[in-house]
Design a binder for this molecule. Structure first.
Ligand code: SF4
Length: 387
């Protein structure tokens, strides 16, 4: 069977090459051709012996995911939709900034966590991506962007595993993919510039700390368990206190001395001063050092099936002020790529909306936001629809 070489970290590629009697340094050369130079054809690899190239042509391939579509925003954000077969697609987004280029990478086709506010979560889970499918996103984007910008230097300086899927529920593919990202013979990214974002799979946070510590972001989105149970259903298994303890253990080995908490601002659901005060108490009750976490407030990207709306600019600013004044560093994420639906799951959702609308409609259900989580200062409807 032909092996896709995008599936291997350097150790895996060395083991593969050993089968043909090749030494590790040959694997390193091959690894560099693939990831540093973006070679997809073995005949390009001029410093590899012809006999090795012939063996590789018979036994291996370098095959990236087919691109279904590419959207370029007026702000420079680029979003690709990749075909992963079986009618499934995944999204990858490049976000250029003055001092960095960030690639948002997907880890699964769909997602089983089913967060209330997430377009991907509403589409259900299809399957885990392979290492090759995760790395293919970086491989394609990096080498496409070098040509696009006419430069030979690295374009992507940061990777965030914040695309479709819960990366810690695809751990066996995630870790080798991270190793490729970090390897100096491949992309050479700093551990501080590779971020795994999780909805809170507590045991796997501990394992990541042991196996491949990188920067950690946690999708918190709620200030108490009752509300988080409804917004991030995984909370029923790993409640907030367990999650906080796992974050603090992770910090003992992490390349950064803080965890970033992502908090999606949902109008009338989690965005009141009462919620902000609850967060302040939560963070301070777990304090181990002066500043162990930061908050990133994310303006919600509405999509029809969510039944939710974005908090106003004033509400978000007031929320950030409460956190900042209590000593918690808090930023508000700039919205990028609004004109191309760059928020996670939106393009795929759009494709499926056209193909699967009636099926989803038949599975329509109602989720009730419980009384205790109703904001005390902002009125809202008692129920929201969730397809
Ligand atoms: S926010 Fe993340 S974990 Fe939650 S449903 Fe979306 S992709 Fe899955």
């Amino acid at each position: 069977m032909t092996a896709n070489l995008l599936d291997f970290d350097l150790d895996g590629l060395a083991a593969f090459c050993e089968r043909f009697g090749e030494k590790r340094f040959r694997a390193t050369q091959l690894f560099r051709w693939i990831h540093q130079k973006g070679a997809a054809e073995f005949d390009e690899m001029s410093d590899l012996a012809k006999s090795l190239r012939e063996k590789l042509k018979t036994n291996a391939e370098i095959t990236a995911l087919p691109v279904l579509s590419e959207h370029i925003s007026s702000d420079g954000t680029i979003k690709w939709l990749f075909d992963v077969g079986g009618g499934n697609a995944i999204e990858t987004v490049f976000i250029p900034e003055e001092d960095r280029g960030t690639l948002c990478v997907s880890s699964q086709a769909g997602c089983a966590v089913a967060c209330r506010f997430c377009s991907t979560g509403h589409q259900g889970f299809s399957r885990n991506l392979t290492v090759a499918e995760i790395i293919s996103q970086l491989w394609f984007a990096e080498h496409f962007l070098r040509k696009h910008f006419g430069q030979s230097d690295r374009v992507i300086s940061n990777v965030v595993m914040m695309g479709m899927g819960e990366p810690l529920q695809n751990y066996s593919a995630l870790v080798p993919a991270l190793r490729v990202m970090l390897d100096d013979h491949a992309y050479g990214l700093s551990r501080r510039r590779v971020t795994v974002s999780t909805s809170g799979v507590v045991p796997m946070i501990d394992r990541l700390g042991q196996d491949c510590p990188v920067a950690l972001a946690v999708s918190l989105h709620a200030s108490n368990d009752a509300l988080r149970d409804e917004l991030v259903p995984l909370n029923k298994k790993y409640p907030i206190d367990e999650l906080m303890q796992a974050c603090k253990r992770y910090l003992e080995v992490a390349p950064r001395d803080f965890v970033t908490f992502e908090y999606c601002m949902l109008n009338g659901v989690n965005d009141t001063p009462v919620h902000a005060d609850e967060l302040v108490k939560l963070v301070h009750s777990h304090r181990t050092q002066r500043a162990w976490c930061k908050f990133n407030l994310i303006p919600f990207n509405p999509f029809p099936a969510s039944g939710l709306t974005r908090s106003s600019v004033a509400t978000t600013a007031a929320f950030a002020k409460i956190l900042n004044e209590s000593g918690i560093v808090t930023t508000i994420r700039k919205t990028r790529g609004d004109d191309i639906d760059a928020a996670c799951g939106q393009l795929v959702g759009d494709v499926r909306d056209r193909t699967d609308f009636h099926n989803r409609l038949s599975r329509r259900r109602v989720i009730t936001i419980s009384e205790e989580n109703r904001p005390t200062t902002v009125g809202k409807e008692g129920t929201v629809d969730d397809c």
